[in-house]
Ligand binder design. Sequence first.
Ligand code: NAP
Length: 315
Amino acid sequence: MRAVAVRNIGDPPELMELPVTHPAPGEVLVKLAAASVNPIDLGIAVGRLPMPHVFPLVLGVDGAGRVTEVGEGVRGLQVDDVVHGQFLRAPLGHGTFAEYALVTETPDSGALQRVPDGMPAEIVAALPTAGMTALGALEAIGLQAGQSILVVGATGGVGVFAVQLAAARGAEVIATARPEADRWIRDFGAAQTVDYTAGEVAEQVRKTHPGGVDAVLDLTRDPARFAENAGLVRDGGAAVSVALVATPRLLASERIVVRNFMMQDKPDLLARITAEAAAARITVPIQQVVTLDEIPGALGRNAAGGARGKTTVRI
Ligand SMILES: NC(=O)c1ccc[n+]([C@@H]2O[C@H](COP(=O)([O-])OP(=O)(O)OC[C@H]3O[C@@H](n4cnc5c(N)ncnc54)[C@H](OP(=O)(O)O)[C@@H]3O)[C@@H](O)[C@H]2O)c1
């Protein structure tokens, strides 16, 4: 099969011809129709996840396709089921940037779910990691109608889902966006935008919200900026870092709730974010669709910035 993989940790991702691995007991083999790109793909390629690896290590955590083989003992899925989800499992290396991927059937974790009728593979492959993270992080915040939330990193995969979900809950959403993405993110429900390239975000938000905001959802990686943004939160509010950059000192705050949010693949999260998209309560913005051989370039472009929603892969 054709797959995008690395030969060793730190090597550049490349298109390779690799054998298809057949499912062991408890495993399912999926013929992929689509995948999507996430920052963690390159993180895995450089060994950021403390899990066992197999080489060549096929990258890609999100995917959608059809079950073609099931291992002994698999009960929840059968051949020909159309599924999507996060294919993140130990050992890392059986990813979704390939014609086939293996995943362990874990009915309790909900790694894979059946796709609702009529939803295109490229849409459902864009949902798992970014959608579940956005939904889970907003629930960790406990955002209520009428509250205000600053979303930092709003124009990327997680951000564009978080903006839509927060706006749909009746919150006032302040979104960071470069000027060229201003209209774009407002169309997803942002009431106000802040150009982070024009000055400190916290300073700009304080001008329009002198009393602060109820919540901050920060998707960016700068601990000092996260601390500044958390300083905007009113007493009793919440600041969540999805890039895990809240320091122990900040996490111990008694004034506000501060959390580093790590997404866990709960079945209800994937089912619920998928239901939101199926009912058109959220849109899945696809910035570009690439083919398997274009993935190495797409990973590099994404890492360089400028994500506007999701990059998906047609396989
Ligand atoms: N903890 C978890 O479980 C979990 C799960 C999923 C993702 N994540 C993490 O969450 C982060 C976001 O993921 P993603 O999929 O949304 O990434 P993405 O699609 O690459 O989007 C990142 C967005 O942030 C914007 N951005 C970059 N620097 C910024 C800054 N200083 N201020 C404001 N916006 C900025 C980028 O736009 P411009 O480049 O145009 O500015 C881009 O739109 C990543 O660090 C990812 O690893 C964590």
